[in-house]
Design a protein around this ligand. Structure first.
Ligand code: NAI
Length: 398
């Protein structure tokens, strides 16, 4: 079929298999161009199909020749109904990995559930024996709690006071004022339950119980801080509370891994266009200004550049691993540079529908958004008929 983008707000209902494949090929090329990393050998990536998790998987496989198991929640294709992009990404990744002689298998299902954890455990036992790196990169709006069966929904709200600021509709470039009411206590608890560290700890506990973590195994989850400008809706809002919880969980996991000398890290990553971040009010405007400034300063990175740098220069570098005073790895260092942030602050005040085209990188934002779904990718002929029914070669059947 001919597949075109069909957007509704910050989501796109369709995805293009060839575009997704090209994105994977580009990411693999990038990782290879940076040279071999003396990195992990057997890796479990939870949230492996898009964004930072996918980039971590590609870096592990094509930077360090690692065997990878990916867990994700993606919609398979049906005739005349394209799959979700993470499905096509995983299909292309596994095809490339297998061609390169690398072990790569996937599990599609709810990572929060006991069943998917058990299935993953069985697969590791059968095929890998143990893993030496576990990446935890879930971004989800909901979580059904495995003990209570209650479905928790996360929200993106400020805490304490309502918050008003500018936001942009990145499809039209229209800047408007957005006002968000403060969260209730229940909203905060729900968001921490979905995006905090509890499930990360559940995963590590389950793996450890079965002796599936190799000596000195590492586990990494991803967090975000960002500038003062976005604090009310991000770091000091409901999602920030969840990130506080996630970051605190790293310490309790490290404690629990003492007997194998294992370690849990949080890496604070840069703000990027992903399916998760497009949904947060105010952030898209911030990102379009950020992109402009970072590109002008030659320090712009996408997910793959961030993850390649995380692995090569931090996690698996010979240098002593640098962390901030709260023990976090910072690959948001270039985003948070004083000169970059000072410039954004200045531009923020001047950002209007009329000026954004020149002072911001709305086009870069919009392109990256469409790229997530395999659209507007250079080198892909979108007039060509494509087969929407694509299989993931290493997908395990439930
Ligand atoms: P994403 O939306 O691109 O990826 C989310 C992944 O989680 C996908 O593989 C998806 O299939 C999987 N997933 C979601 N629900 C699932 C479920 N119930 N069961 C199994 N898999 C499920 O998200 P992104 O942006 O890569 O986020 C990953 C992490 O990085 C999150 O913790 C996020 O807060 C963090 N982060 C994101 C930043 C950004 O600007 N996008 C910046 C810094 C950190």
């Amino acid at each position: 079929m001919i597949i075109e983008p069909r957007t509704r707000g910050f989501i796109c209902l369709t995805a293009h298999p060839k575009g997704c494949e090209q994105n994977i090929l580009n990411q693999i090329d990038y990782v290879k161009s940076k040279g071999a990393i003396d990195g992990p050998k057997k890796v479990l990536v939870i949230g492996a199909s898009t964004g930072f998790g996918l980039a971590s998987r590609i870096t592990s496989a094509f930077g360090a020749n690692a065997s990878t198991i990916g867990v994700f929640l993606e919609k398979p294709p049906k005739p005349n109904r394209p799959a979700s992009p993470g499905w096509y990404n995983s299909a292309a990744f596994e095809t490339q990995a297998h061609q390169a002689g690398l072990y790569a298998k996937s599990i599609n299902g709810d990572a929060f559930s006991k069943e998917i954890k058990q299935q993953t455990i069985a697969l590791i036992k059968k095929d890998l024996g143990q893993v030496d790196l576990v990446i935890y990169s879930l971004a989800s709006p909901v979580r059904v709690h495995p003990e209570t069966g209650v479905k928790h929904k996360s929200v993106l709200k400020p805490i304490g006071n309502s918050f008003s600021n500018k936001t942009v509709d990145f499809h039209t470039g229209n800047i408007s004022q957005v006002s968000i009411e403060p969260a209730t206590e229940e909203d905060i608890e729900n968001t921490v339950t979905v995006m905090g560290g509890e499930d990360w700890k559940f995963w590590i506990d389950a793996l450890q119980k079965e002796d599936l973590l190799a000596p000195e195994a590492k586990t990494v989850a991803y967090s975000y801080i960002g500038p003062k400008l976005t604090e009310p809706v991000y770091r000091k809002g409901t999602i920030g509370r969840a990130k506080d919880h996630l970051e605190a969980t790293a310490f309790s996991i490290t404690d629990a891994l003492k007997n194998i000398n294992g370690k849990a890290y949080v890496s604070v990553n840069k703000a990027l266009v992903t399916q998760a971040s497009s949904a947060i009010p105010v952030i898209p405007l911030y990102i379009s200004l950020l992109y402009k400034i970072m590109k002008e300063n030659n320090v712009h990175e996408g997910c793959i550049e961030q993850m390649q740098r995380l692995f090569a220069d931090r996690l698996y570098s010979n240098e002593k691993l640098a962390t901030d005073d709260q023990g976090r790895i910072r690959v948001d260092d270039w985003e948070m540079r004083e000169d970059i942030q000072a410039k954004i602050k200045e531009l923020w005040d001047n950002a209007t529908t009329e000026t954004l085209g020149t002072i911001g990188d709305l086009e870069g934002y919009s392109n990256d958004f469409f790229n997530l779904f395999g659209f507007k990718v250079a080198g892909v002929d979108y007039d060509q008929d494509v087969n929407e029914v694509v299989e993931i070669p290493g997908l395990q059947s439930l």
